[in-house]
Design a protein around this ligand. Structure first.
Ligand SMILES: Cc1cc2nc3c(=O)[nH]c(=O)nc-3n(C[C@H](O)[C@H](O)[C@H](O)COP(=O)(O)OP(=O)(O)OC[C@H]3O[C@@H](n4cnc5c(N)ncnc54)[C@H](O)[C@@H]3O)c2cc1C
Length: 417
C-alpha cells in the first residue's frame, strides 16, 4: 500500500486523507499546530455546491450540511442602506443540497475528526521544514522537532504560505499582502433582530464607505459577521498579540459608524470571546510548478482563490478528490502527479481569474479599487439579472470517482449536469 504524507490539517489535508484512504492508500496527516489550528483566522466560510458535490464522492458532504446552514443567495446593499440586488450562489444538487455557510472552526474540527474516525493517522505539532527524495524513489520529510518520516509521496496541503511549495520550487512566488485586514465575530443577542430588522437565513453584503461588511443570520438567530478594513501595512505578530478585542471593536465601529444599516451595531454588540481579531489577507500569484516526481501541492498552497469568490474550500476539495483518483489509477507516482496537474490547472486558473475579476485589482492599495469595482451597482445588477447561468461552469463542475474516468480516451470531467 502506497504511503502518503500529507502536510497540513486545514481543509485540503483531511479531505485529501479521506480521499486517499478511499482510494486504497495509507495517508498520514502532519499538522504544524495542535488540533485548534485554523480556528483563529476568519469567522465563517461559504462552501459552494461544487465543493459539496466533490465531498459527496467521499460520503462526506453531510459533515458540512450538519454543522452549517443553507445560504444559497447573497443580498448586496450600499452604505446608504440601498438594496442593490440579490445573487444566487450556485444551484441545487440532486439530493436538494445548496451552498452552505459554516463556522470555520467547526469546519476544520469536523473534517479532521471525521478523517481520524475513518482511521487516518494524525501527528500534531509537526511542522515540515524540509523534504528530500530517497534512494528508493520515495521522500523523506524532516520536521521542526528533529524527527523524520518517510513515504512514497508527500502532499503539501499547507496553505498559502506553503513550505512544500518552496521545497518543490525555491523560486516559487510567495503570498503577498492585499492591504486588507479581515475581522469577524458571532452575536447571540437576539434583541438586535427587532431593533435592526434582521431576518434569519439572509446573507447580506454591505459596501460601507470605509470598510466592507458581510453578515449572515443563522436559523437559530445567531448573527455571523465578517469585515474587511483597509490597512497600508501588514499586521505584525506583536501587534496582533497586543491588540485586544475591545481595541479591534473600537477601530471597526469607527469605520462603520457613518454607514446606514446594522453593521456598526452588530460589531459593537460582539462579545470579546466571540470576536475574531484582525488578520492579514493575502493573495498568491500563479504558481507555475505544482509537483516534482514525488511531492505535490493542493489547495491554497497551489492557488489562492480570492476569498470574495467563496471557492477556496471547493477548489481545495476538488483538488483532493482528483489527486486521489490519479494516485489510485496511475501506478507511477510521477506520472500520477503530472496527470493531477493536467486535470486541475485549467479549471483552477479559470476560477482564480473569475475571483480576481469580481474582487477588482488587488494590488497594494487594492481596497479602494476593490470597493469601486464591487460597489458598482451596474456590475452587480447585470450579474444578478443574468442569474446563476453564466457561472454554471463554476458551480456545475463534477468529478467522477469511477476508475474508468481516468482510462485513456475517457473524458476526465463529467459536465453533463
Ligand atoms: C477571510 C477569509 C475568508 C474566506 N472565505 C471563504 C469562503 O467563504 N469560502 C471559501 O470557499 N473559501 C474561503 N476562504 C478561503 C479558504 O479559507 C481557503 O481556500 C481554504 O482554507 C484552503 O484550505 P487549505 O487546506 O489549502 O489551507 P489552510 O486552510 O490554510 O490549511 C493549511 C494547514 O496547513 C498547516 N501548515 C502550514 N504550514 C505547515 C507546515 N510547515 N507543516 C505542517 N503543517 C503546516 C496550517 O497550520 C493549516 O492547518 C477564505 C479565506 C479567508 C482568509
Amino acid at each position: 500500500m502506497k504511503k502518503a504524507l500529507i502536510i497540513g490539517g486545514g481543509i485540503a489535508g483531511p479531505v485529501t486523507a479521506m480521499a486517499l484512504r478511499q482510494a486504497g492508500l495509507e495517508p498520514i496527516v502532519c499538522e504544524a499546530y495542535d488540533d485548534v489550528a485554523g480556528t483563529q483566522i476568519g469567522a465563517y466560510l461559504t462552501v459552494a455546491v461544487n465543493g459539496l458535490s466533490a465531498l459527496a464522492l467521499l460520503n462526506a458532504h453531510s459533515i458540512v450540511t450538519e454543522i452549517g446552514h443553507p445560504s444559497g443567495t447573497l443580498s448586496f446593499s450600499t452604505s446608504s442602506g440601498k438594496h442593490i440586488t440579490d445573487m444566487p450562489i450556485g444551484g441545487t444538487l440532486p439530493d436538494g443540497t445548496v451552498t452552505h455557510s459554516v463556522k470555520r472552526r467547526d469546519m476544520y474540527r469536523a473534517l479532521n475528526a471525521e478523517a481520524a474516525r475513518r482511521g487516518v493517522r494524525y501527528e500534531y505539532n509537526k511542522r515540515l521544514v524540509n523534504a528530500t527524495p530517497t534512494a528508493q524513489g520515495g521522500v523523506s520529510a524532516t520536521f521542526a522537532d528533529g524527527t523524520t518520516i518517510e513515504a512514497d509521496v508527500l502532499i503539501g496541503a499547507d496553505g498559502i504560505r506553503s513550505r512544500t511549495r518552496e521545497i518543490i520550487d525555491p523560486t516559487a512566488p510567495k503570498a503577498h499582502f492585499l492591504g486588507i485586514y479581515g475581522l469577524g465575530g458571532f452575536v447571540t443577542d437576539r434583541s438586535l433582530h427587532d431593533a435592526l430588522g434582521l431576518r434569519p437565513g439572509v446573507y447580506s453584503m454591505i459596501f460601507g464607505k470605509k470598510a466592507f461588511f458581510g453578515y449572515f443570520v443563522a436559523p437559530d438567530g445567531e448573527i455571523w459577521w465578517f469585515a474587511n478594513m483597509p490597512r497600508s501595512r501588514e499586521l505584525s505578530r506583536s501587534e496582533s498579540e497586543n491588540t485586544t478585542p475591545a481595541q479591534w471593536r473600537d477601530q471597526l465601529v469607527a469605520l462603520l459608524w457613518a454607514d446606514r444599516g446594522p453593521a456598526a451595531r452588530i460589531v459593537a454588540a460582539t462579545p470579546d470571546d466571540t470576536f475574531v481579531p484582525g488578520f492579514n489577507q493575502y493573495d498568491m500569484p500563479t504558481v507555475t510548478t505544482w509537483h516534482n516526481d514525488n511531492m505535490v501541492i493542493v489547495g491554497d498552497a497551489a492557488h489562492a482563490v480570492a476569498s470574495s469568490s467563496g471557492q477556496g474550500v471547493s477548489m481545495a476539495v476538488e483538488d483532493a478528490v482528483m489527486l486521489a483518483t490519479c494516485l489510485r489509477d496511475i501506478p507511477d507516482t510521477a506520472t500520477a502527479l503530472a496527470a493531477y496537474e493536467d486535470r486541475r490547472r485549467e479549471r483552477v486558473e479559470r476560477v482564480v481569474a473569475h475571483g480576481a475579476q469580481t474582487s477588482g485589482d488587488k494590488a497594494s492599495n487594492g481596497f479602494g479599487r476593490l470597493l469601486v469595482r464591487l460597489v458598482t451597482p451596474y456590475f452587480l445588477k447585470k450579474a444578478a439579472k443574468a442569474g446563476v447561468a453564466p457561472l454554471n461552469w463554476m458551480f456545475d463542475y463534477r468529478i467522477n470517482w469511477g476508475p474508468e474516468h481516468l482510462a485513456p480516451g475517457q473524458p476526465v470531467i463529467d459536465r453533463s449536469r
